[in-house]
Design a protein around this ligand. Structure first.
Ligand SMILES: NC(=O)c1ccc[n+]([C@@H]2O[C@H](COP(=O)([O-])OP(=O)(O)OC[C@H]3O[C@@H](n4cnc5c(N)ncnc54)[C@H](OP(=O)(O)O)[C@@H]3O)[C@@H](O)[C@H]2O)c1
Length: 331
């Protein structure tokens, strides 16, 4: 473990990306405040966080909810950095899109206002998503940070043939835009990181949706195949490393895509059937007529030019995810 670097706050500590980030921040010498949603009956098992190396001395868990924007103040107080990772996830449209988006924006603004009030926060790293970049009418195979998802396009075109995911795509787009505007207006140092599908192992108890979808060919979940036509991915440890890099890199500014590999569904089927012959992977040929939206890849050139390097390839992403799924009983 490295020496003491100060205290940072990570929102949504129970999540896939945030829990991995907390583990790495502790290893890097940071003390961490994390927020989880209120749990009045103390039913939630957070031992996967409290048992992390260094957690007993350097991790404090606070309760906060994006529906109560002022609830983040206590956790942010005294921090030199804030990683705002939590987000409402509602792929099944249980709530109207406007409600989800409003919660995400109001919660984010509550966090940024707490940062201004604390006066100790040097930088905020906001976790956005490829879904804030790629859904638009632009005809490009690869998109850099100048591209934005067009909210009206998402509403009109029903990406993935239905309203599936629309509230997530819209809330991620509008929250990132509002965060950048608020930061500019209030002279708050804020950068955004834009991962593609996050893949790899996980320490959180919930089975991460992105790992589940990336393994759809293994599980034979045909309804997911349409989202795998052109899959851009990045290892969770590279995502955590990029968050820390962007916090520490003094020159960082604006948006940063974070995506190391793009693979078509047929390439993925070939890759998986060679590496994991024990699973009944559909033959690549049988997948050539799968219908769906071919998503653009993300260019990480800006992140790479800043000096960041990816550490993991497809082998590690899939090996480690599959191993972890086996250990946790999902496979
Ligand atoms: N995984 C990916 O492929 C991917 C790709 C691109 C970007 N991202 C971004 O990365 C971040 C983390 O994603 P993830 O995959 O780690 O998702 P996740 O595992 O579902 O984590 C989401 C976190 O947000 C929390 N949360 C949800 N609603 C909340 C609310 N109202 N108030 C406070 N916290 C709330 C969740 O708490 P509960 O545990 O209580 O539900 C959970 O801790 C998100 O910003 C996501 O948009 C993820």
């Amino acid at each position: 473990m490295e020496g003491e670097k100060g205290t940072v706050c990570v929102t949504g500590g129970t999540g896939f990306v945030a829990s991995w980030l907390i583990m790495r921040l502790l290893e890097h010498g940071y003390s961490v405040h994390t927020t989880i949603r209120p749990d009045p009956d103390h039913k939630r098992d957070v031992s996967f966080l409290t048992s992390l190396p260094g957690a007993s001395e350097k991790l404090r868990i606070f309760e906060a909810d994006l529906s109560d924007p002022e609830s983040f103040g206590v956790a942010v107080n005294g921090c030199i950095g804030v990683f705002h990772v939590a987000t409402p996830v509602d792929f099944e449209n249980r709530e109207p899109e406007e409600v989800v988006t409003k919660r995400a924006i109001d919660g984010m603004l509550g966090i940024l206002k707490a940062c201004l009030k604390a006066k100790t926060v040097k930088r905020v790293v906001y976790t956005s998503s490829a879904s804030a970049v790629i859904f638009n009418d632009k005809d490009a195979d690869v998109m850099d940070e100048t591209y934005w998802t067009d909210v009206e396009y998402v509403r009109a075109n029903k990406i993935f043939g239905a309203t599936f995911g629309a509230s997530y795509f819209i809330s991620k787009t509008m929250t990132e835009k509002t965060a950048l505007e608020f930061a500019e207006e209030h002279k708050l140092d804020l950068v955004t990181i834009i991962p593609s599908f996050v893949m790899g192992p996980f320490i959180c108890p919930k089975f991460p949706g992105s790992v589940h979808t990336s393994l759809a060919l293994l599980f034979g979940e045909k309804e997911q195949y349409g989202s795998l036509l052109n899959l851009s991915m990045v290892h969770v440890d590279d995502v955590a490393r990029a968050h820390i890099f962007l916090f520490e890199h003094s020159e960082a500014k604006g948006r940063y895509n974070c995506s190391s590999h793009t693979i078509t569904i047929q390439e993925l089927a070939k890759f998986l059937s060679t590496k994991y012959p024990e699973f009944p992977i559909p033959p690549a040929e049988s997948l050539k007529d799968i219908k769906g939206d071919k998503m653009a890849g993300l260019s990480s050139e800006k992140l790479l030019k800043s000096g960041f390097r990816y550490k993991y390839g497809l082998d590690e992403m899939f090996n480690e995810a599959i191993q972890c799924c086996k250990e946790k009983g999902y496979l």
